[in-house]
Design a protein around this ligand. Sequence first.
Ligand code: R5P
Length: 281
Amino acid sequence: MIVTGSTSQSLAASLAAETGERLASVSFDRFPDGEQQVQVGDVDDDHAIVVASTVSDRSHIELLQLQDALAEAGVDEVTTVLPYMGYARQERAFEPGEPVSARAMARAISTGTDRVLTVNPHEDVVCEFFDVPAETVDAAGLLAEPLGTLDDPLFLAPDAGAISLAETVCDAYGEGDTDHFEKTRHSGTEVSVEPSDTSVDGRCVVLVDDIITTGTTMSESIAVLNERGASAVYVTCIHPMLVRNAHLKLARAGVEAIYGTDTIEQPVSAVSVAPAIADAL
Ligand code: R5P
């Protein structure tokens, strides 16, 4: 039985189709005081797979409620799939007095599950924070799927941290080179990118990152690539968070197309991670 959070309904349906598991009925509502109300219908299975991207504080609470509803209904074994794990980028205390927020979330989630799977977290170390077995699912290879025929492609990471993702997408595409920029972050919404010496003149460039949040990293990179004569710049990412005017920033920078996965369900979620999750289950 697959039990979806409100944030992952499309992915849960794809996963049900992929695995042949039944999709449980779940309703989402609010009490008059604004607190969340969830209800899982017809629970008569021993094993449940909860699929819930924790994209907001609200969805974190909802996940804990779903897990508790399953415990209440007597489900023996729960696997929790976090297609996108919120707070995963706070995997250490960056300043004195700060929490390791990823650990705090992992501990809470562990109380209602026997196992956790999460897709391409920003740092794999987050898996160590769970009190139950936790594994990562690598969906990067799937990002090559929507790319059509590309002329002399270059798969480019906007910073060193995304090099292995760019290599995986390049391998899955089957041809092309890989490279990376150096990124300096000045604030939450200001970055500068230092291009490499690789010529992009007349080439199709595919930017690859784990997440697009404000779109600053990608829009700066697109602008640099277009200035240097790239024939087309595509953007791919695992988690298309795309907050505020991120999509507009990419469009104004001249992106050819944006492709993300359904770990975060957005209009650009052209790729489903369901096959990768199904393999890992
Ligand atoms: C950071 O290292 C991540 O991999 C992304 O590059 C970053 O989160 C993107 O953020 P933004 O879209 O706000 O530039």
